[in-house]
Design a protein around this ligand. Structure first.
Ligand code: ING
Length: 312
């Protein structure tokens, strides 16, 4: 049985370092160049990184007020980001963008949006799995203060219809948690897009550097296969003011295979024509949720937060 081919020109726009001295306009200018490059490769949708407009500021100790003043967006689009929306509309491109959001009520979130090819914001997501810590670790080589600077996301994991596909989104650490993708696959997601900023060095233990890339790709590949979805992940990477973050931006097919991967740790576009019917085969057979799942045996996943005693 062959499904009618449905495809989407899917690109990931990896970004190299954004330094403390770089302002949003410099980042947006780079992103506009990446959009044009993606368009020239047949892209219809482009994925940008997490916190794409600024340096990864959770690595620095400061007050919440200082962070919000310098690194958060009070409006989206705002004066600095409007040119990105204008360019996307001119090129007829949809896109995903990660940024730090300060709501009108003063709540801080690590946020991403999906924007349609007409420049309208179709969906918003606020990061749920916040890694790191909220206390100052003066002896650490750098901080990872996402639990200090951001509230836990309050919008859940949702799926949006855009450009003829069912698209879900998440952010960085979310990609390591299987629940993230399963909740969106249960909403019939066909593609999950995400951005990330992943330090090469683990401040908690001397984790071998290669493991960061291994676990990053493993998370994408396993989740794509186990949910019959495409996964597209965009890094902001390279050494930001000397603090290195991994690249390995990738587009993964529902087979779990990496079909495109970045070669550099700089601004770089990778692009594929994603065959959405590929996911249908896996969701129809191996991972036919309706036919094979048994939620009555999965209750612990929702009832327990941490690991506890074996059930009697
Ligand atoms: N960064 C890292 C990430 O999840 C991390 C933090 C790395 C946590 C490795 C655990 C292991 O890729 C962000 N921003 O979430």
């Amino acid at each position: 049985m062959t499904s009618k081919k449905r495809t989407l020109g899917l690109a990931v726009a990896q970004m190299g370092p954004v330094h403390l001295a770089d302002d949003r306009l410099a980042a947006v200018r780079r992103m506009i160049e990446l959009m044009r490059d993606a368009k020239s490769r047949g892209a219809e949708f482009v994925v940008f990184p997490e916190l794409a407009l600024t340096t990864f500021f959770p690595r620095y100790w400061m007050t919440e007020e200082q962070a919000q003043e310098r690194f958060f967006e009070k409006t989206m689009p705002g004066p600095a980001t409007q040119p990105l929306f204008d360019e996307a509309r001119a090129l007829g491109l949809g896109f995903y963008l990660g940024f730090a959001e300060l709501t009108p009520q003063g709540r801080p979130f690590n946020t991403s949006i999906i924007v349609g090819p007409d420049g309208s914001i179709l969906g918003k997501y606020r990061k749920i799995h916040l890694p790191g810590h909220s206390d100052h670790k003066p002896d650490a080589p750098f901080q990872h203060l996402e639990k200090k600077f951001f509230d836990v996301g309050d919008l859940g994991f949702r799926v949006f219809d855009t450009q003829g596909v069912r698209m879900g989104m998440c952010l960085c650490n979310d990609r390591r948690w299987p629940e993230t993708y399963r909740v969106m696959a249960l909403q019939s997601a066909e593609i999950v897009v995400l951005g990330y900023n992943t330090p090469s060095v683990n401040i908690h233990w001397n984790e071998p550097v290669h493991l960061r890339t291994t676990t990053h790709l493993l998370s994408l590949q396993a989740s794509a296969y186990q949910n019959g979805i495409w996964v597209a992940a965009a890094a902001k990477c390279g050494a930001e003011d000397g603090f290195h973050m991994i690249g390995s931006s990738a587009i993964v097919a529902p087979t779990g295979e990496i079909v495109a991967r970045s070669l550099t740790e700089e601004d770089e576009v990778i692009a594929v024509r994603a065959d959405l019917s590929l996911g249908e085969f896996f969701r129809e057979h191996v991972f036919n949720f309706a036919k094979h799942r048994r939620p009555e045996h999965y209750r612990l996943i929702v009832e327990r937060t941490g690991a506890g005693e074996p059930i009697a």
